[in-house]
Write a protein that binds this ligand. Structure first.
Ligand code: HEC
Length: 229
C-alpha cells in the first residue's frame, strides 16, 4: 500500500473508533427524575428506598413540631412545679405526671404519633430504650465525638409487624435547670437524694454535667401514600 493511502486508512479507523466510543457514553435522559441530595441525618432512610427523598424534609418538619410540643409542655410544667413545690415536690410531680403529659400531647396531636423520652442511663425504667433507640443513642454519642457537636436530628425507618414507620429523634442536652435532679449525687441535699432513691431504686440518671448529652426525645410517624415510594 502507498504510504499516503496507509495514513488515510488508519486515520479512518481512528475516527471510527472515536465515534464508536463517543456514542457509547451514556447520555443524560431528560425524562429521568433527578434525585435530590440526601438530607442530613437521613442516610438510613435514603438507603432504604422506602421513603420518597423529596418528602424527607417534610417528615423532619412534622417530627420537629411534635417533639417541640412535648418539650415545651414538659419544661413549662417542670418550671411551675419547682416554683410552687420546690425540687423534692417537683420530683414527685415528674414521677406521677411526665408520662401522663406525654400521652396527653400524643393524643391531642392531629395525626397518630408515639412520643417518648429515653436515654442510655434512665431514671424511670419505663423510659428504657428499645433496640432501635439504643442504636440511635450510640450514633449521637459517636457523632458528638467525631464532629465535636451533636447533630440536630436523626431519622430512622422502623419495620416489623406493623406497616413501616419513621422515627424522628432529637438530642436532649443538660441545662442548668436539669442539674438539681440529674447532676452529681454528692451535691444533692440528703432529703432529695433519699426521695429519688425511694422512687427509683435503679436510678442511673445522675452525675451529669452541664451540656452533657442526656438522651433523646423521639416521635414515631406513620407513612402516608405520599411519602412512600
Ligand atoms: C425536679 C427534678 C427534675 C428536673 C429539674 C429534671 N428532671 Fe429529668 N427526670 C426527673 C424524674 C423524676 C424523671 C423520671 C420520671 C419521668 O420523667 O419519666 C426524669 C426523667 C427524665 C428523662 C427520661 C429518661 C429517664 O431517665 O427516665 C429525661 C430524658 C430527662 N429527665 C431529662 C431532663 C432534662 C434534659 C432536664 C432539664 C431540662 C431535666 N430532666 C430536669 C426529674 C427531673
Amino acid at each position: 500500500m502507498e504510504p499516503m493511502l496507509r495514513v488515510v486508512k488508519w486515520s479512518g479507523v481512528c475516527v471510527a473508533l472515536v465515534l464508536l466510543v463517543g456514542c457509547q457514553k451514556p447520555k443524560p435522559n431528560p425524562e429521568a427524575p433527578i434525585e435530590p441530595p440526601c438530607p442530613d441525618g437521613a442516610s438510613e432512610l435514603c438507603a432504604s428506598k422506602v421513603v420518597r427523598r423529596e418528602r424527607i424534609e417534610q417528615l423532619v418538619e412534622r417530627g420537629k413540631k411534635a417533639t417541640d410540643q412535648l418539650l415545651v409542655t414538659l419544661k413549662r410544667q417542670l418550671v411551675a412545679a419547682i416554683k410552687s413545690r420546690g425540687t423534692i415536690g417537683a420530683i414527685e410531680f415528674c414521677s406521677t405526671n411526665a408520662l401522663t403529659l406525654t400521652r396527653t400531647v400524643q393524643t391531642a396531636w392531629s395525626e397518630p404519633i408515639a412520643l417518648k423520652r429515653t436515654s442510655l442511663r434512665v431514671r424511670n425504667p419505663k423510659n428504657a430504650p428499645d433496640a432501635f433507640e439504643r442504636t440511635v443513642l450510640r450514633w449521637f454519642i459517636e457523632q458528638k465525638k467525631a464532629r465535636g457537636k451533636l447533630p440536630s436530628h436523626y431519622l430512622q425507618l422502623v419495620t416489623g409487624a406493623k406497616a413501616p414507620r419513621v422515627r424522628y429523634y432529637r438530642p436532649l442536652v443538660v441545662q442548668a435547670i436539669c442539674l438539681s435532679c440529674h447532676g452529681p449525687r454528692s451535691s444533692m441535699p440528703d432529703a432529695l437524694r433519699k426521695r429519688i432513691a425511694a422512687l427509683y431504686p435503679a436510678d442511673r440518671a445522675f452525675d451529669y454535667k452541664l451540656n452533657d448529652f442526656r438522651g433523646l426525645v423521639r416521635v414515631e410517624l406513620s407513612l402516608g401514600e405520599a411519602e412512600r415510594r
